[in-house]
Design a protein around this ligand. Structure first.
Ligand SMILES: N[C@@H](CCC(=O)N[C@@H](CS)C(=O)NCC(=O)O)C(=O)O
Length: 231
């Protein structure tokens, strides 16, 4: 099995954490985002969306990190509570993963990642959206009143949400005023050091780019729609 992944991409990091949590051996195939490797005709054959990650399970190609994480659990660990089977529990896990991708990480990445890699400035409106995302997640944690996002055990929703949250840490964005999100994030770190190790490498790399965006070589990145940063 191969995972085509970008070393600092939260969706890639989430899939890697799930592979590790399930002890699935795989080959990590690094994709160089900064030189536009994902924009090549070769990569198009793996994923016409030209997005990273892509799982290649012996010729079975799958993109979209949520689908990848769900597939890994269903195929290789169907009894593992990391992706519960009971319909309502599973629905909550699925909900939080969709929430992360469509809302929470969507707003966080627009504010944190896009200005690092592309020419999108950080704006007050972007910050308001991050605060809204955090506020909604805080509300969900208050509603469930659980240690993890959907219960007292870790699930793939926590992994997705931790990957979605980590860019905030990388750019030094404080979110202590959301005590339940803060507690959940530190619980994940302390109780899952083997998974957090993967996430920490992503934090460090994003933090490096935040400090030193000039080190990027975007000149070759002929992106179809993102405004390219002129460093
Ligand atoms: N919904 C996709 C999103 C993946 C994604 O956005 N990946 C980023 C890298 S972190 C990417 O490939 N972006 C392509 C681009 O912006 O051109 C997933 O969950 O896998």
């Amino acid at each position: 099995m191969k995972l085509h992944a970008v070393s600092d991409g939260p969706p890639s990091l989430a899939c890697r954490m799930v592979l590790k949590a399930l002890n699935i051996p795989f080959d990590l195939v690094p994709v160089n985002f900064n030189t536009g490797e994902h924009l090549t005709d070769e990569y198009f054959k793996l994923n016409p969306q030209k997005e990273i990650p892509v799982l290649d399970d012996n010729g079975f190609l799958l993109s979209e990190s949520i689908a990848i994480m769900q597939y890994l659990c269903d195929q290789y660990a169907p009894e593992n509570p990391i992706y519960p089977k009971e319909p309502k529990q599973r629905a909550l896990v699925n909900h939080r993963m969709c929430f992360n991708m469509a809302f929470y990480y969507n707003y966080i990445s627009q504010y944190t990642m896009a200005p690092i890699f592309f020419d999108y400035p950080r704006s007050d409106m972007g910050k308001k959206k991050v605060e809204l995302a955090l506020n909604v997640f805080e509300t969900y944690l208050k509603a469930t009143n659980t240690k993890y996002a959907t219960g007292d055990c870790i699930t793939i929703a926590d992994i997705a949400l931790v990957a979605g949250t980590l860019p905030l840490e990388a750019i030094g964005y404080k979110f202590e005023h959301y005590p339940l999100v803060t507690k959940w994030y530190s619980t994940f770190k302390s109780e899952n050091p083997g998974l957090w190790e993967i996430a920490q490498a992503g934090v460090d790399e994003i933090a490096g780019f935040e400090q030193n965006p000039a080190s990027l070589d975007l000149s070759k990145l002929n992106h179809p729609f993102h405004p390219i940063k002129k460093n």
